[in-house]
Design a protein around this ligand. Structure first.
Ligand SMILES: *Cc1c(COP(=O)(O)O)cnc(C)c1O
Length: 387
């Protein structure tokens, strides 16, 4: 059996240990310290965000954003359906209701048309959402101009889930910085990692001050422990931030490596029938966190699951795309707005046809070639129904 090739694994620079050692040397192991401050400065400089705080996870950052927008029981939050469940779980933590919005075919992200219809209906019912959570999947920016315009029209704040898209830009501006809030994730499979962690960015620096307060148990200034609100333990540790500092230094290299992987697959699979690369919207630059493709399931007579199984037999990890959240049992009965009311939902079509390919920045040329060859072989030998 050949060595395994995985979807996306941590890729250390070697510099992380310098900063982690610094934390040990100064005994700033916990809670905060120089690494936390430095990493926040690096993220701020990199993204051009107005203010940043690092958190224990990307999910925690979304939870904080919802709390800062005062989302509560009986409120509604709109969220993309085509995403990882972490985008929507914090809505339930707040006791609010969720309405899911379909994707559009050009970016696979939130459809501005479906969002517009959902907002119009909500307005007519007199219950506009407290926030809209937009996601930039696999590194591709959503159609931010259209989404910002429609949200402004109804006066609804935007939270950008940029967990997968750190380093991606939309018309030259970093994803995560268009909304009132943006979040990034440094989970182990993301473009850079702190082993686990995230960041919250905000337009209004006062909001980040408040986020830091809430993320440290909402401790008031007093000689004793004084608490007037419910808080959380959501700050990133100084040890994790040491890893993050070493990773931020190589972020541009990691982005370039993943972009090259996408281009490699695009070239090497260009002659294989039945494959379409994930589209890239003009004016956007994707970090290509994961290279994803869609398959012509009918012509190949193979589903993404079939391909995934065959790739697994060759010890190569691939994964079907995110299962739309409105189809998840935990969200059964939730309202969903399709992109086009006359055809099946775009996110459902993508789920039925799409596949993520190994995309880690540490993959070697030999490994990429193996992936591409196996995939080509499987598809060429597919039980094609075309004669
Ligand atoms: C990874 C991810 C998150 C959650 O980030 P964590 O740091 O793992 O909590 C949220 N949304 C999306 C789209 C993600 O891919």
């Amino acid at each position: 059996m050949q060595t395994p090739i995985l979807l996306s694994t941590p890729h250390m620079s070697g510099r992380e240990q310098v900063y982690v050692q610094e934390a040990f040397d100064t005994n700033w192991i916990a809670p905060l310290g120089a690494n936390v401050t430095a990493m926040e400065e690096q993220i701020k400089a990199y993204t051009n965000a107005n203010a940043v705080c690092v958190t224990s996870s990307g999910t925690a950052a979304i939870h904080l954003a919802l709390r800062l927008l005062e989302v509560g029981v009986g409120d509604t939050v709109f969220c993309a359906s085509f995403t990882f469940i972490a985008s929507a779980n914090p809505i339930k933590y707040m006791g609010a209701d969720v309405v899911f919005i379909d994707s559009e075919p050009e970016t696979w992200n939130m459809s501005p048309e479906a969002l517009g219809r959902a907002l119009q209906d909500a307005k007519e019912r007199g219950q506009l959402p407290k926030a809209v959570i937009v996601v930039h999947l696999y590194g591709q920016s959503a159609k931010m101009e259209e989404i910002v315009a429609v949200c402004e029209q109804y006066g609804v704040p935007i939270i950008e889930d940029a967990a997968e898209s750190l380093g991606s830009t939309y018309k030259g501006q970093q994803t995560g910085t268009f909304g009132d809030f943006g979040i990034y994730s440094f989970n182990g499979n993301k473009i850079i990692t702190t082993s686990g962690g995230g960041a919250l960015v905000a337009k209004d620096p006062a909001m980040i001050e408040k986020a830091v307060f809430l993320a440290t148990q909402a401790r008031e200034e007093a000689p004793h422990y004084q608490h007037e609100q419910v808080g959380y333990n959501y700050r990133m540790s100084n040890v994790s931030a040491g890893i993050g500092r070493g990773q931020m230094e190589v972020l541009d290299e990691r982005v370039a490596a993943r972009q090259n992987i996408y281009r490699y697959y695009e070239r090497s699979l260009s002659n294989v029938e039945g494959i379409t690369m994930m589209p890239e919207l003009a004016g956007t630059v994707s970090n290509h966190w994961l290279t994803t493709i869609t398959l012509d399931v009918e012509a190949l007579n193979m589903s993404p699951y079939d391909v995934m199984e065959e790739m697994k037999a060759a010890n190569i990890e691939t994964r079907v795309l995110w299962k739309p959240l409105h189809l998840q049992p935990v969200f059964e009965g939730t309202t969903f707005y399709p992109h086009d009311t006359t055809q099946s939902a775009i996110c459902e079509q993508l789920f039925k046809t799409g596949l993520c390919l190994p995309s880690g920045s540490n993959l070697t040329e030999v490994e990429l070639e193996r992936v591409s060859k196996e995939l080509s072989r499987i598809l060429v030998e597919s039980p094609s129904i075309a004669v």
